[in-house]
Design a protein around this ligand. Structure first.
Ligand code: HEC
Ligand code: HEC
Length: 261
């Protein structure tokens, strides 16, 4: 399934490994046969067609959503701002939600936002509140919303002083003995994630939400379906890591990332 490709930057190379894994379980992804540009990198003269959600239009309901949308190429933040009005009641007017169980979207990378919206729409990421919100969005709406929220400035609560120190150690160093990699490797020193690869930002994220997602990865419920753990090219990473975290680890690291800016 994988086509020959030119040498890629390290983030993209990491991703191509994930792609190889994804291709094993999802042999019909629209990406196959395309020249495999680094997602998020918009090459002049080329559109997102190989990686964009458009290529999935009309595919059967059982098909996986487009795995690596490239909203940076086709999204309009201005159009997204209009569409986003309906999201503000929960995610806050600028994507900084006030409710600890509703995630912050401000400053989240657009590739990740778009991917998650496609997953809600397809019912692979299940949530009774978000699924109806995503159901009516077109591929273009998703790209527009993704770049709009990505352009907002993350703000929010600070780290809890009782927990963030052990959380910082785990975030920066992981714990070799238990096979836990430092979160910093993928989520970055400031929690900004990796926009090209679609690794989510964690900075200023609500700690309650972060704990709930770590629990869902650990117990395998973040995504549903026959290949839940590889529902996205990237998700298998977190299914594995979260299983190694104790409830205290989750609490501590969530507190630390909530304070990251
Ligand atoms: C009624 C409240 C509500 C509204 C309105 C709402 N959301 Fe959500 N959203 C949620 C909740 C709750 C979650 C967390 C779901 C979970 O725990 O899996 C969420 C999760 C998300 C996520 C995943 C974030 C992440 O970090 O993984 C995205 C993206 C998102 N919403 C986008 C939107 C967009 C775009 C809109 C408007 C079209 C919208 N939401 C409207 C409540 C809402
Ligand atoms: C090897 C790369 C990598 C490492 C190391 C890593 N993550 Fe992740 N993380 C990811 C990717 C990729 C995703 C998105 C997965 C998906 O598609 O569901 C993610 C998702 C998450 C999410 C969900 C974010 C959201 O908005 O819903 C949380 C929370 C998270 N990681 C926390 C951590 C913590 C805490 C650590 C360290 C103990 C860690 N991650 C280590 C790559 C990594």
């Amino acid at each position: 399934m994988m086509t020959k490709r030119a040498p890629l930057a390290s983030a993209a190379a990491l991703l191509s490994v994930a792609w190889a894994a994804a291709a094993l379980t999802l042999p019909t992804v629209a990406h196959a046969g395309s020249p495999a540009p680094a997602p998020g990198a918009s090459t002049p003269g080329s559109s997102a067609s190989g990686v964009g959600p458009e290529t999935q239009t009309g595919s059967p309901a059982t098909a996986a959503p487009s795995l690596i949308p490239n909203p940076y190429a086709s999204g309009s933040a201005q159009a997204g701002a209009t569409k986003a009005a309906v999201c503000f009641s929960c995610h806050g007017p600028d994507g900084n939600s006030q409710n600890p169980v509703w995630p912050r979207l401000a400053g989240q990378n657009a590739v990740y936002i778009a991917q998650q919206l496609h997953l809600f729409k397809a019912g692979i990421r299940q949530n009774p509140v978000m699924q109806p919100m995503a159901a009516g969005l077109s591929d273009q709406d998703i790209d527009n919303l993704a770049v709009f929220f990505a352009a907002q400035t993350p703000q929010g609560l600070e780290a809890d002083p009782s927990y963030w120190k052990p959380g910082r150690a785990l975030y920066l160093q992981g714990e070799v003995k238990r096979g836990i990699p430092g979160c910093v490797a993928c989520h970055g020193p400031l929690g900004r994630g990796n926009p090209a690869a679609g690794y989510p930002a964690l900075e200023a994220q609500q700690s309650v939400y972060v704990v709930s997602q770590l629990q869902q990865y650990a117990n395998g419920t973040r995504y549903s379906g026959p290949n839940a753990a590889s529902a996205t090219p990237n998700s298998i990473i977190m299914f594995d890591i979260a299983k190694r975290l104790t409830p205290e680890d989750m609490r501590d690291v969530a507190s630390y990332v909530q304070g990251l800016r």
